[in-house]
Design a binder for this molecule. Sequence first.
Ligand code: KIV
Ligand code: ZN
Length: 521
Amino acid sequence: MSEQVYFFDTTLRDGEQCPGASMNFRQKLEVARQLERLGIDIIEAGFPCISDGDFEAVKAIATEIKNCRIAGLARCMNNDIEAAARSLEPAGDRARIHVFLATSPLHREYKLKKTKDEILAMAAEGVAFAKSFVNDVEFSAEDATRTELPYLAQVVETVIRAGATTVNIPDTVGYTTPNEFYKTIRYLKENVPNIDEAIIAVHCHNDLGLATANSLFAVLAGARQVEGTINGIGERAGNVALEEVCMALMTRKGEFGDVTCGLTMREIVRTSRIVARMSGLQVQRSKAIVGENAFAHSSGIHQHGILNKRETYEIIDPQEIGWGETELPLTKHSGRAAVQAKLKQLGHVLSDEEMQVVFERFKKVGDSKKFIYDDDLSAIVDTSLHESLGLWQLDFIQFVAGSHAKPTATVGLVKEGRKYVDSAIGNGAVDAAFKAIERITKCRGKLIDYSVNAASEGKDALGEVTVHVDFGNGKPLAGKGASTDVIEGSARAFLNALNRSIHLSNNPEVRYLSCEESAGI
Ligand code: KIV
Ligand code: ZN
């Protein structure tokens, strides 16, 4: 009988560590709901001790999500473990505490300044302490692939004895190779006497572009849990993309052992889109499985072959993973009930107040766009709820641009019921709009990244703008805005990042003033 490979998703923890990817509470919940629909076995919801925000998000996910195990990360420290245990309480016996400690010589000497024996003792104590709260404890030997194999085996044996039910072998810096990783997993299977009492997990980073191959070779060697993220987001070059591992296992059945995976494949594309939208990290067009071009055939020979028999140039049926599902679009005539039903179908759970905000924006967008597709609606939800939390709201925008005109924007903003208007000239209409916003808010931001995506098809598609802006607090913040007009969408995105920067501070006024100071205007 086939053995199951468990899918452990860390989009909300390791994925979230990606620069510019930070998601707010609502976005994390939306991602978690979609991961549940995808059939993920274990959702790592966050690192509860790291901030109140992470703690609350893990708690909310542990409360709401019923069909997945929920994990919270903790260092081998009592405070961390206690925070994880408290945040995971609502998940009951589906709670998993994930404890990690580095084991490689580099980390032992330069980061932890601990001997091998001290690490062994800390690992055992951490696992035993976690075990006093929950049955399901995972231990990760950080930087395992640069750890001496006999010592790694000793660590694994020790933590299993202390109660770990899953032992993770992370390739923390994406250094290993498929052949080497296969041997590492085999070595552990053959040299750790109690190895059968735990599941072996792997957690591959993609620094050499080998994360998928490494994870698959680990499965071939006997690993039965694969950890990764959707779209491969994560630190540096990212984590392994779970959709790639799943589709490799399913498309090449038997090639990596007699294994199966329980993901609902037709949810893959939708999950990818939701994660891209929520994290603000667009998927590369040619990305395997979920990239816009993954099933696009432009050469005549390929098109001809596909028309005769799809399999000539396609190894996966795109419909099986959720590409090209036909949808009935909404229009401005659609009523609240129709919009509400569609939102539910798309997995958006909104309060009455949020529904009101979304519906008003839906009607406005409907005036300038004939059909509102699923992706348009998701873009409306994401951007309008973002905006409604902001201190500064966009009232209106006007601009003059063209080959013979100086690009000029006039922007009207509202803050706490008061209206502000100013104009600026820029290098282009978008730049002029940003400058006008800076003049009004007295917050100067350095634009680090800017991208526009059509949320759906057609010339009147909503333009979804994503910006990353540094407002002088060292961390570029993502902002998003959507409109059928790209300049307006850009202004909304810039304002959204600015509002997030203000909200980051516990005291909005302090953040506002410090912005003003850093702007020097
Ligand atoms: O990459 C890594 O080693 C990690 C651990 C915390 C599992 O993310
Ligand atoms: Zn990692």
